[in-house]
Design a protein around this ligand. Structure first.
Ligand code: ATP
Ligand code: MG
Length: 565
């Protein structure tokens, strides 16, 4: 990938470097192993960037592997969406697209091998009994009466489990490890369970499905993964990961390394909670631009580059942390500032009539596309007697430091003329409806011929040529930085009621309606905007605000220190 910014080093790259140097590995193979039970979120982006970048930097390869061992929760829709998201982020798995279900036959053989070596047995106890027998962190577990079943009987029962002779939950296959291990994961964990369910890849061929730890470790071994990078909650599973690989004739010995999850303030990240928000229609779908899903961020207008930049800034460690939303937004600003053309738009319009401008006349003015890149050229924007300006750019009784429009004061119209406010007209309720100004015809382009100083510059759109648009402004989805801090209170109550504002009848400079969906612009003085991927058409333009120009939250965050978890 052609990234202009250097990648941060991290402890995982150090391990990989050392393994290459010592000759332990000649080729690095990593994998990103999503469970297809929802859409990817920005937390997954951390894992995607880490796995793909680490492999790519060392000339290795990164596999995309669907961890599809849960037939009830998994759907084809999610598989396709995940592939699209990884590709959108800029990564390619090449020919290395796999499913854990590809290995069901081989995994079954590994299980048989464990049974043959007296290292696994078929259990009759119910799930509830297994739980009580397991013991706790302070009390040892109790051995199951089935633990010493003969190898022949175990093989026979396991084969019959596979053949579908038993109902869901009647038996499981357990590893025979150590019921008094201080690590609960090692107290004869379940390896296979019975599920009479239709699987998206294997249909009804299987009525038993392997459990996560068994599947994951051995899929890694089958694929020759050298470094299996996962999040910290799997640290306690590492002994089981290693046990599975050591106790069957595994074709390779991958090493599991854990790093901390990415958490973001003012949002939730787990697929379970995101599913809840979508199902309860608290948001408008998985790609709602307020969600931290990759499809949501994309629809809002974030670029893959800004997400990769953010992930690189966050870094990779073993420390638990929750990142400020402003870090993500600043990464977006940094990329968009360089890449987006500038345009004029008025979101909350009020009419200005330039009394001394000839009736019926209009002209085209030069407007540069990017102030820092003159080579990106300029465009012509129309100007005539009536224009729209932002309501907030006028004040009837303005303080001295208000450098925008107010009675008797002069202001610069961006790319156009200096105008002076002469008069205002109000409706019966006292609301200002029109502002009357005179322009200085000699100031075309925006400079006074006599060199007089005019401090303020405001944006505007020609009324006669303006394009009407719907603009959506997004804010934090939650009112609090840590929506899950108090589990007793459902996180639904902490949703921000003002997270979406829809403004109709915004005025855009002409031409913007013709932009393709997913075109990004800076609307001068307002922020970065993106034409909606799905709803934008030339007849009904729709723009989403990606981020405002400046971070208005950092002040608030400084004033009210957030409670750390
Ligand atoms: P969730 O709780 O959101 O459903 P998950 O871990 O169950 O997450 P998987 O589909 O199993 O989701 O995740 C695929 C990979 O992405 C795993 O290796 C997982 O460790 C990693 N991952 C998931 N969430 C994060 C996160 N917030 N930060 C970093 N990596 C993550
Ligand atoms: Mg998971």
């Amino acid at each position: 990938m052609n990234e202009t910014r250097p990648k941060q080093s991290n402890f995982i790259r150090d391990i990989v470097d050392a393994d290459l140097e010592s000759g332990k590995h000649l080729n690095i193979i990593t994998r990103f192993p999503p469970e297809p039970n929802g859409y990817l979120h920005i937390g997954h982006a951390k894992s995607i960037c880490l796995n793909f970048d680490t492999a790519e930097e060392k000339g290795g390869e990164c596999h995309l592997r669907f961890d599809d061992t849960n037939p009830e929760k998994e759907e084809e829709e999610f598989i396709e969406a995940i592939k699209a998201d990884v590709a959108w982020l800029g990564y390619s798995w090449g020919e290395h697209l796999y499913h854990a279900s590809n290995y069901f036959d081989q995994l079954y053989q590994f299980a048989v091998e464990l049974i043959q070596n007296g290292k696994a047995y078929v259990e009759d106890l119910t799930a509830e009994e297994i739980r009580t027998y397991r013991g706790t962190l302070t009390t040892p577990g109790k051995e199951s009466p089935c633990r010493d079943r003969s190898i022949e009987d175990n093989l026979d029962l396991f084969e019959r489990m596979r053949a579908g002779e038993f109902g869901n939950g009647e038996h499981v296959l357990r590893a025979r490890i150590d019921m008094s291990s201080p690590n609960l994961n090692m107290r004869d964990p379940v390896l296979y369970r019975i599920r009479h369910a239709n699987h998206p890849m294997t249909g009804d061929r299987w009525s038993i499905y392997p459990m996560y730890d068994f599947t994951h470790s051995l899929s890694d071994a089958i694929e020759g993964i050298t470094h299996s990078l996962c999040t910290l909650e799997f640290e306690d599973h590492r002994p089981l990961y290693d046990w599975c690989i050591e106790n069957v004739s595994a074709p390779s010995r991958p090493r599991q390394i854990e790093f901390s999850r990415l958490n973001l303030e003012y949002t939730v990240m787990s697929k379970r909670l995101l599913t809840q928000l979508v199902d309860q229609q608290q948001v408008e779908g998985w790609d709602d631009p307020r969600l931290p899903t990759l499809v949501g961020l994309r629809r809002r207008g974030f670029t893959p580059e800004s997400i990769r930049l953010f992930i690189n800034r966050v870094g990779v460690t073993k420390k638990d942390h929750t990142i400020q939303m402003s870090l993500l937004e600043n990464s977006a600003r940094e990329v968009l500032d360089q890449t987006t053309p500038r345009r004029l738009a008025v979101l909350d319009p009020i009419k200005v009539i330039i009394d001394n401008y000839p009736d019926g006349q209009s002209e085209l003015l030069d407007a540069i596309n990017h102030p820092n890149f003159p080579e990106r050229g300029s465009r012509k924007i129309p100007f005539s007697k009536e224009i729209w300006i932002e309501r907030a750019d006028f004040m009837e009784e303005a303080p001295k430091k208000f450098f925008r429009l107010s009675p008797g004061r002069e202001v610069r119209l961006r790319f156009a003329y200096l105008i002076t406010c002469k008069e205002i007209t109000k409706d019966s309720e006292g609301k200002i409806v029109t502002i009357h100004c005179d322009h200085d015809p000699a100031s075309r382009g925006g400079n006074a011929p006599d060199g007089r100083k005019v401090k303020g510059t405001i944006h505007w759109v020609c009324a006669q040529h303006a394009v009407e648009a719907t603009v959506r402004l997004y804010d934090r989805l939650f009112q609090v930085a840590h929506p899950l801090a108090d589990p007793a209170e459902g996180f639904g109550q902490r949703l921000n009621p003002d997270s979406l504002k829809i403004i109709r009848n915004c005025k855009l400079e002409p031409g913007l309606e013709e932009s393709a969906p997913e075109s990004r612009f800076q609307f001068e003085r307002l922020g970065y905007f993106c034409s909606d991927r799905h709803d934008h058409t030339p007849e009904h333009p729709v723009f989403n605000r990606i981020v405002p120009l400046r971070d208005s939250w950092s002040k608030i965050e400084k004033a009210t220190p957030v409670k750390k978890k």
